[in-house]
Design a protein around this ligand. Structure first.
Ligand SMILES: *[C@@H]1O[C@H](CO)[C@@H](O)[C@H](O)[C@H]1NC(C)=O
Ligand SMILES: *[C@@H]1O[C@H](CO)[C@@H](O)[C@H](O)[C@H]1NC(C)=O
Length: 474
């Protein structure tokens, strides 16, 4: 009996100090190089009607908050994109148009905002202005493009949003071969203007390709007709509907694994273009209340950034910077936890992606990714950044084969008090911006690690920069 008890104790102790193992594959080259604008954000098209928007484009504080995510794309798009008419007449009378008039003066303000924040604007044009024969009526788009060129507005373009959902949202249909022609038409239109010859056209902002055979066929047909006209293929991804969200869905690695299958389907179909997640967040229909905008939401976001880069995505555009439950910045202009995660990611994570894999099962509640670290005076060029999180309620430690970890600059992010906190801590200090929107120091803790083993507290995020890694790919 006594022996059994001590055996039991021994086994439980082993479980407590149980250390997970990961492997960094040794290669001379990174497995992928992502865009320097990899982490980007969207502002929904429904937010740009100047008279009604709370997104104050002349507010210097808001501009500063957005600028901390530079370099990135700032995508104006979404369901409303297909209801907007550009207008140089300042009258806001609706006449016979569907949706709203986007005034040239608001367009100029929006562009000025992105210039001030040093981010690259992508504008999603209305694809549902159609002629009787089903072809795209480009007249209004041409007006907008000409106006933009006349005003030296250097931007990138999209045409339409979620054509696969046109039937359910707008009770209409645009077939893939037609949409391919429309993209070619838009590309030649843009080529008429010097300023847009080199600007990018991206699309088709299709929703959930991996979950539907008909969407895969749609994308395939589009690519046959328009692969040369577009720079990147964009598609959208959400894990679940806001109304269905639960704590378990936000923490469960199975939710995160779902994305892998989706990405693999799209990247196998798209062979000659870059692939972007053109609009994405945790939950659709505006996100999940008190979750998408709270600490509990950070794990799905950081996992998407890690997994997306590892599987070859070039850019990920987060829905959305402002408004609704998935906003990075709340209505009072206070940053939500995902904004802080994004800022830290921008500061530390470089464009060269390394292959870090889990030696255990895909059900692990610790998930880790690795890139070459972004340049910083604190470390050398060969520094590697390992980042990830622990969604379990107990701490865990891990080792990384193939990476000698004897010291690390450590950035530990935790909630102020619980998973539903809006405030987050970095190395134990609550993060906040100054009144003018400047960032706090966000300094690391230098850890000496004789054991080579790192650890993650319950429900925490970690970024560790390992200097002098000797990894050739960096
Ligand atoms: C927008 O910000 C500017 C500059 O801070 C301020 O003067 C203006 O009142 C704000 N507009 C609204 C509608 O709050
Ligand atoms: C979200 O939290 C707020 C404040 O704690 C509360 O008033 C609101 O009812 C919550 N909403 C939902 C949908 O749980």
């Amino acid at each position: 009996m006594k022996l059994l008890t001590s055996l039991f104790l021994f086994v439980s102790l082993c479980a407590l100090v149980h250390s997970l193992s990961f492997t960094l594959e040794s290669r001379d080259e990174p497995i992928h190089r992502v865009s320097e604008k990899f982490l980007s954000v969207a502002l929904d098209s429904s937010e740009i009607e100047g008279r009604y928007s709370d997104f104050n484009l002349s507010d210097p504080y808001l501009t500063k908050l957005v600028s901390h995510l530079s370099p990135m794309y700032f995508r104006i798009g979404g369901t409303y994109a297909d209801r907007i008419t550009f207008s140089e007449e300042e009258s806001t009378a609706l006449d016979d148009i569907v949706g709203f008039k986007f005034l040239a003066s608001d367009w100029l303000k929006l562009y000025q905002f992105t210039q001030n924040a040093n981010v690259r604007l992508i504008y999603d044009l209305n694809s549902l202005m159609r002629n009787d024969d089903g072809t795209w009526n480009s007249e209004n788009a041409e007006k907008m493009i000409k106006f933009s060129s006349d005003n030296q507005m250097d931007v990138d373009w999209e045409l339409g949003n979620e054509p696969d959902l046109y039937h359910s949202v707008y009770n209409t249909h645009v077939d893939a071969a037609q949409l391919a022609k429309d993209y070619n038409k838009l590309r030649s239109l843009l080529n008429k203007y010097d300023i847009y010859k080199s600007s990018d056209l991206v699309g088709i902002d299709i929703f959930d390709v991996g979950g539907s055979q008909s969407n895969q066929d749609y994308l395939r047909t589009f690519l046959q007709g328009a692969a040369n006209a577009v720079h990147a293929i964009t598609w959208h991804h959400y894990y679940f509907a806001g109304k269905d969200a639960t704590k378990e869905l936000f923490l469960n690695p199975e939710t995160m694994n779902q994305l892998e299958q989706r990405i693999n389907v799209v990247t196998s179909l798209v062979t000659s273009n870059k692939v972007w997640l053109g609009e994405t967040s945790s939950a659709f229909n505006g996100g999940a209340a008190n979750m998408s905008n709270r600490f509990i939401g950070t794990f799905l976001w950081l996992d998407k950034l890690g997994l997306g880069a590892k599987l070859g995505l070039d850019v990920i555009i987060r829905q959305t910077i402002f408004h609704d439950n998935y906003a990075l910045i709340d209505n009072a202009f206070t940053p939500n936890p995902d904004w802080w995660v994004s800022v830290l990611y921008k500061k530390l994570v470089g464009t060269k992606v390394l292959s870090l894999s889990n030696d255990g099962t895909s059900a692990n509640t610790i998930r880790l990714y690795a890139h070459c670290a972004k340049d910083n005076d604190l470390w050398d060029d060969s520094a590697v950044v390992v980042f990830g999180f622990n969604t379990a309620d107990e701490s865990a430690s891990f080792t990384i084969k193939g990476l000698e970890v004897s010291e690390a600059y450590s950035y530990e992010m935790t909630a102020e008090s619980n998973l539903y906190s809006q405030l987050v801590k970095l190395n134990g200090q609550i993060l906040s911006t100054s009144l003018s929107g400047d960032l706090p120091a966000m300094e690391p803790k230098l850890l000496e690690i004789p054991s080579g083993s790192l650890s993650l507290a319950p429900y925490s995020i970690g970024f560790w920069v390992i200097p002098n890694s000797g990894i050739k790919a960096c």
